[in-house]
Design a protein. Structure first.
Length: 442
């Protein structure tokens, strides 16, 4: 039920990572849905894992809103579409509310506060009260006054030890004129399992429906759900554009999708479908080759290092990929790029043969985090655009490049603060890939 210019929404944010945003967001989504509301969700910033949990909790696809990587029209258009057919849209923040990067991107620095300012959606601030009482009010006052265009609509206290603890911290916050809408007791059993790139993926989480139901009951028991729903405000942002973030790679695109290849941004695929492209999926882990009638192949990121032995043994998949690359574009990102290379060394030091479309050899044995936004420029014409096209995206991986072989580099890249990262990725014939996760054209 959209009102005014856009969807009614609110933002679940926190002063820092690890404060309980995801717990509160998922529990809130389940509890709101239990009230009979049509609730949707979006995620601030680059994140593949949280939106899948959002979808499991709401029954609706969740998309990312990213002020660094997305231009204003794309950003507003995605927010507007996410809100269609909903009574309420919940945006889960990343990191701390005001945390962004040093350099300005397509619309801003990537902070959730910029989405709050752009949409006018109020913030439900999750505050970790462990180890403090009235001092929590000083923190909340700082967040409430830091930007005039960002409104803290209410607070949920987390890790509260007792009713007295709630009264001390909550009373001091209420005295600021900011309502405390919930108080969550310490509950170490209410957690979701984690892995090296964040949470275990929604599709792999054992008993996910039961876990989400438990989160919903936990949050409903300790948070005033009706008052939280009442916080939501119509978006002040415009309708934006329905144009895709990237032109489709082809008319019929074959996309690898299974436990090894899961990190494809929904807004990219939705944009390709809206532009008239047909999306076909296949499973490399099931030894399926790309459909022969596809005119482009996309291997998204994921966890090939956890399944390297199965991928190496998937003869039909590898032969089909090689045959496809002889006549049509094959594009790989991060894990997909690793699977297109010569070899992949897993965490145990075992080297597995990959498809050999590119000369790159990668290793997961010596873990080193590569993380951050990237502004990439294409070095040659191709399905991603003509040479010189600017692409906005990010890197998030622990794998290292042992050698690039004789591959021509795919892009040159700069970090968010403008630092020169040199050439990234590789291309050879119709095959191309890099560790760069694409979000939008610049």
């Amino acid at each position: 039920m959209a009102h005014g210019g856009g969807a009614r929404g609110l933002i679940v944010a926190a002063p820092a990572s690890g404060t309980g945003k995801t717990t509160v967001t998922l529990g809130l989504l389940v509890a709101l849905r239990g009230r009979g509301l049509r609730v949707g969700a979006v995620k601030s910033g680059p994140d593949y894992i949280d939106p899948a949990f959002h979808q499991a909790a709401t029954g609706r696809p969740s998309v990312n809103l990213d002020t660094w990587a997305m231009g204003p029209d794309l950003l507003d258009g995605l927010a507007a579409r996410a809100g269609r057919g909903t009574d309420l849209l919940v945006c889960e923040a990343l990191m701390g509310l005001f945390d962004g990067v040093a350099g300005i991107g397509a619309t801003g620095t990537g902070s959730t506060a910029e989405i709050a300012a752009r949409t006018g959606w109020p913030v439900l601030l999750v505050v970790n009260a462990k180890g403090q009482s009235q001092s929590a009010a000083a923190l909340v006052k700082g967040f409430a006054t830091y930007r005039d265009d960002v409104r803290i609509g209410g607070v949920v206290l987390n890790n509260v030890g007792s009713p007295r603890h709630t009264a001390l911290a909550g009373g001091a916050i209420e005295a600021l004129g900011i309502p405390v809408l919930g108080s969550l007791p310490r509950s170490p059993d209410i957690v979701l399992p984690e892995r090296h790139l964040g949470l275990i993926q929604a599709g792999e989480t054992e008993g996910l429906a039961e876990r989400l139901a438990a989160l919903g009951r936990f949050v409903a028991a300790h948070v005033d759900i009706d008052r939280v729903a009442g916080l939501a405000a119509p978006s002040l942002a415009g309708a934006g554009s329905d144009a895709p973030a990237m032109p489709p790679l082809g008319q019929r695109i074959a996309i690898a999708r299974d436990a090894a290849f899961t990190f494809a941004y929904p807004h990219l695929l939705d944009g390709w479908r809206a532009a008239g492209a047909e999306i076909r999926t296949f499973s490399p882990l099931a030894d399926e080759p790309p459909p022969e009638d596809a005119d482009a192949v996309y291997l998204p990121g994921g966890y090939p290092e956890l399944h390297a032995g199965r991928l190496a043994a998937a003869g039909r998949f590898r032969a089909g990929l090689v045959a496809a690359a002889a006549v049509k574009p094959v594009y790989g990102e991060c894990g997909g790029y690793m699977a297109m290379g010569e070899t992949l060394e897993d965490a145990d030091g075992v080297v597995h043969a990959m498809a050999g479309l590119l000369g790159v050899r990668t290793s997961f044995a010596k873990r080193r985090l590569h993380l951050g936004y990237r502004r990439a420029t294409l070095l040659a014409d191709g399905p991603l655009g003509p040479a010189g096209t600017v692409l906005m995206g990010h890197e998030f991986h622990y794998a290292s490049t042992i050698t690039r072989g004789d591959d021509e580099p795919l892009v040159t890249a700069r970090s968010a603060d403008g630092g020169d990262l040199g050439a990234l990725g590789g291309r050879r014939g119709h095959a191309m890939g890099s560790f760069f996760h694409l979000i939008a054209r610049g």
